[in-house]
Design a protein around this ligand. Structure first.
Ligand SMILES: N[C@@H](CCC(=O)N[C@@H](CS)C(=O)NCC(=O)O)C(=O)O
Length: 237
């Protein structure tokens, strides 16, 4: 029996952060699947494993504990699997990076497709996307990141392996840029150390396997739906 049940859509989007932390920690999980997610979402709060509006939702089988909200899930995994840095400042910074990554995910989908991308909207967004990217570059710079070495916040407790901040960072940028080459070009120009860090971290066997599985299971899909189609249209133009 696997260690966890994960409810997230068949897409390498927000829930991919959780998949990556689990994979990096060497944990096994069962995917609940889209049909079951839809069924759970339609339940009343009292019937849900944990009250949640949208996935990801994680169930820790051994602890008999369910938790939703991406950053809360990652905090829970970080705490229980001992993956967070020792100092309060670095723990807070780790969660700040996770929340930034989650914000970028919201912005790249115009808040889950409330509006569709148009050429003008994308043009107006590019400076903001570059500003987001510069936050990663500056955070890394302040913690000794270089193009060929180092980590975003100095790595895990040992300082020789990536921490949760690196795993989430690399998941955000490598998953997105693998599917949208035009965004990859912007990242290389704006945040070259972050781009290199993302590549290095995704060369680790556990994460390389996860990326291959995502390609196999979901193909080119990123967030799916009309919002992805509108993003592809403006980026291809
Ligand atoms: N703040 C939540 C957002 C969850 C969320 O928006 N999930 C999306 C998938 S990425 C969803 O399917 N939402 C359905 C809904 O909100 O009705 C988190 O960070 O986990």
């Amino acid at each position: 029996m696997s260690d966890y049940e994960l409810y997230y859509w068949s897409a390498p989007f927000r829930g991919q952060f959780v998949r990556a932390v689990l994979a990096h920690a060497g944990k096994t999980w069962t995917e609940g699947g889209d049909t079951e997610i839809t069924r759970l979402m339609a339940l009343s709060a009292s019937e849900m494993p944990a009250p949640f509006m949208g996935p990801p939702l994680l169930i820790d089988r051994k602890a008999d504990f369910a938790i939703a909200q991406t950053s809360a899930i990652i905090l829970y995994l970080g705490e229980t699997l001992d993956l967070l840095p020792a100092s309060p400042a670095l723990r807070a910074l780790t969660m700040k990076v996770v929340n930034d990554a989650n914000d970028v995910i919201d912005e790249i989908t115009l808040d889950g497709g409330r509006q569709m991308w148009t050429a003008a909207r994308w043009r107006d967004f590019v400076p903001r996307l570059k500003k987001w990217m510069s936050f990663w570059e500056e955070t890394g710079r302040r913690h000794g990141l270089e193009k060929a070495s180092g980590f975003l916040l100095g790595g895990d407790a040992t300082g020789i392996a990536p921490g949760i901040a690196d795993v989430v960072t690399a998941t955000l940028w490598s998953t997105m840029t693998e599917r949208f080459g035009a965004i990859g070009k912007i990242l290389e120009e704006t945040a070259p150390m972050t781009a290199a860090l993302s590549r290095r971290v995704y060369e680790l066997p556990s994460l390389a396997r996860l990326a291959a599985r995502a390609r196999e299971d979901y193909g080119d899909v990123y967030c799916g739906g009309q919002i992805e189609a509108s993003l592809r249209k403006v980026l291809d133009a």
